[in-house]
Design a protein around this ligand. Structure first.
Ligand SMILES: [Zn+2]
Length: 72
């Protein structure tokens, strides 16, 4: 019997809305190489909204080096 269970990958990111650290387990069932620059919609348990997570870099879409949005 071979271990063929789907691999789970752990991702930790800081939610841009709540500033909380969020830990997620994502199913890693994609071919290697296809995940480059691909953003995965994930529902954030902290703010219950969707974020887009780059699986390769672990970064959130649009929150790399952005200036704060709140400019009032
Ligand atoms: Zn969030």
């Amino acid at each position: 019997m071979t271990l063929h269970a789907s691999r789970m990958e752990k991702f930790i990111f800081s939610c841009p809305t709540t500033d909380l650290l969020v830990q997620l387990w994502l199913n890693d069932n994609e071919e290697e190489g296809r995940r480059e620059n691909r953003y995965e919609p994930i529902s954030c348990p902290a703010c219950v909204r969707l974020h887009f997570l780059n699986r390769k870099s672990g970064k959130l879409l649009g929150h790399d080096c952005d200036a704060p949005v709140n400019r009032s």
